[in-house]
Design a binder for this molecule. Sequence first.
Ligand code: SAM
Length: 406
Amino acid sequence: MVFGEHKQSPNPDMGGTENQDVPGIYKLIEQDIGVSEIVGEIFKNYHNPEALYLGFNYLLQKGSDGEATIRFIAQNDKGSLGEIATKILESKSVAPGELEQIVGMPDRMKNMMALPENYSHEDVVNFYLEAARYCKEKYGDEVDVPKDSSELNFYLDTFSGHGIVAPQLSGEVEQESLVVSNTFGTAELTYLELNGPEEILRLRDIEKPDLLLLGSMGSYSAREFSAYCKKINSTAKPHVIDRYCDMVGDFAGERDMEFKIADALDLPHEDGSMDQVYTNYLLHSFIHDNRKEINREILSKLFAEINRVLKEKGSFVLAEHPYGLNIGSGGSKENIKELIAVALQNGFDISNSTEGFAYSYVIRQDVIDFKTGQGGAQIDEYGFAKYGDSLIEKLSPSMGFRFQKK
Ligand SMILES: C[S@@+](CC[C@H](N)C(=O)[O-])C[C@H]1O[C@@H](n2cnc3c(N)ncnc32)[C@H](O)[C@@H]1O
């Protein structure tokens, strides 16, 4: 378990969107204007790490042309840009997090904790004790932590993806101090990181982008999703569907959101009508059959439907627990292989992945407030999500992917 330093008070700025205009360097990247123009922007923005991230990331996507340009900067600039270019060339393949470090951005997820891979009951107790201590320090909240094995089983069930209670349905989510229910907002970080700044700026640059969540389980996820969409782009239109009437809260029509009772396998939306589609721990609820070929069939239908409703350049972003044969088994490798195969067969490319984990807030007060739409991450003008001093859990086994419509 690793804790970084943290401040005493919550960040008062969290939850807003500073600027809806996309930065000039992104406009040029989006037009695929060419490496020499982007180098000009890199030199103009030498003091701005986030602009440098966008510029160098563009060059990294440009294969041998991009590499030659980074080499040119490394050889010819005697200042900080030359150093950055040299560090990039020295790394074999540069992951987004590593590029953020190289260009000098501060760690956006400084308070991170995770259970060890094969955790014991004692590890879970220690995890909750640390989280409770942190919650008390930050919010002054006294938190009950599991004391005996029956209480601990409650938490273990939460961890294994078999939530034995659904505070979402009984309207009790805000009574949680530590997160024990996976609503959309608890996994907001997974979605923001899977999108990354370029995809967030792409969505911000669209007038009224349409975003769709499949499955809500009460009002919390729908409302948190709605608030998330508005943070990305205040003109965004959130759409939510759920198959079962009794899963619907009293939120229809709120925050400009469209809600429909519908089956994810047979969506009521027009072809090419959505800029993004999301699932939030949906698959395990309808792929619990342990016959693999049935999983494939259902998954294929789901991916084909999502592909149909996505616009050109649209993407499908998911955060999921292991499902099917892997439910409760603690593993997700087979699911990951299967998801990739099904995505490729149904008209998608893989844009981004967290592979076997997802990110979650640990303290409920750090999650977006479903009533006001405030809180959670703040997204800055360069499309980077800022998590302030929020306590973040690296949750595994879980799966996160962003699939891009081909
Ligand atoms: C486990 S919950 C998803 C997690 C949710 N975001 C939350 O707040 O916990 C799954 C939701 O998907 C819905 N669902 C299950 N199968 C579905 C389907 N085929 N089409 C649409 N919704 C479905 C269920 O009714 C339920 O509300």
